[in-house]
Design a protein around this ligand. Sequence first.
Ligand code: HEM
Length: 507
Amino acid sequence: MIGFVDATAVTWALLAAAIGTLGYWAWSKLQPKYRKYNIPPFPIKRTFLLGHLPAWVKSDDLDNIKKFREKAGDIFSLDLAGNLVVVVSGYDAVKEVVVNRWVEAPDRSALPADYAIGESDLGILNVKGESWKKERGTMLAILRSFGRGENVLEEKIKEECDISMEEIAKFKGQPVDARHLFNAAISSVFCSVMVGKRFDHNDPHFGKIIEHFKYSLHNTPGFALNFIIDIAKHLPFDLFGFRAWMDSIFYTRTHFSVPYINEAKSRFAKGEASTSYVVSYLEKMRQEVAKKSRSALNEENLHATIRTLFGAGTDTVSTAIYWCVLLCLHHPEIQDKVCKEISERVGQNRPVTIHDRPSLPYLEAVIRETQRYASVVSIVGREVKNNFKLNNYTIPADSLVLLNFHSVHHDAKTWGDPEKFRPERFLDAKGNLIHQEELVPFGLGRRMCPGENFAKMELFIFMSSLFQRFRFEPENSSGELPSLRGCFSIVLSPESYKVRFIERSFL
Ligand code: HEM
């Protein structure tokens, strides 16, 4: 009897030990890897397994970041289903990561969404290493060559701008939502630079291309959903819209990049002269082949770069123009000042050119203040390659750092009255432009925007032409003004609004 009790007790003890060991093993596996480090604080308690994912998915990414920053400060952590995301705000901390911690956090990582479309190591945006270096170097060289001498960029922008001004004049002061118009104009500049062909804004083929590029840009899976893309893409009824997003990307490839790369190739083979990004890229590919160098330049990269550039280089610029008009609706006195400056220094009888830029500091200040206030590209990411210290915290390898550029542009410590649209903050007492190092709309460090000069040229030519010819007035004579609230997706854009463009000669 005693022997039987002993045997049962031993069996139970062994079973309990086995269950305990298994339980501990499962528990330790479920513990996030970052636990062993002194990571930045969490703003709120995390839930079991999903961490902060439920709180994050619930609302706008930028609203979430603002709310969490108020609770946890400039550097805080989030656990998104076991993945550590560190959000960094304020100029000093952002600069520390992108400039001084370049070696530890050099790249934007490919996201699960990039793998889903087969572009995890293609293009320029979410790519790293040699491939990124080569693609970026090539892009900078081509854009620089277009900006020299005859200035192909200015010519193409000017052509499109003149057409857009005529289109705007046709509304004869009727209220219009100019979002689409600005976007079509900047997209057409993009096509002209990339494939050497501008499009009529009403061309249905062009309309479809823009629609799909925009869809793919604005429906890019958000930071949180990216982490569950592999599950979500198999859910019935395309619950999170991933399949529709992927379809849009393939549409732009089949109907835009493939045919225009092929056309450029056949022109190229015939030796026809043409100025376009695609032709210059093919030429550089040919030179690399001739040198027998193992080059990262290839057609697959070119496809991905075209898609990236459409995303990075059209909505950003057209949204900044859309913001500038909106902000000037709220500030008619600023419009009058710009118009006076243009009248005095350029006149009304000739178009403003890029050479007038140094003599129009107030206009330049309005553009800078728009970029600060709107912060069109508000958040960008970096993948952490090696552990590093940031303000006594450890930022572990494999975590994702989100750099909050919006916070840099809206920090009261730097700007005093950041919520006020006040171009004068960029001018000295004599009206000369002053440099403010905290104005970083194009980012900082080695991955900063390679399209900066191109974008600045577009903003200057479009805004100067608009100010020279039109006065912007609200839709209603009651004086009710549209909201200044920004809606966050890949870019931060205003809610849709209508404006009346009144020709200045009719005033
Ligand atoms: C107002 C217009 C624009 C703004 C505000 C803007 C802003 C930015 C910002 C903040 C970044 C990220 C920098 C970082 O991670 O540190 C970026 C990257 C990039 N931008 Fe722009 N951009 C604009 C226009 C353009 C244009 C016109 C082009 C192309 C012609 C372009 C191409 C790119 C590319 C390719 C990258 C990725 C660079 C890399 O990873 O090496 N952007 N941009």
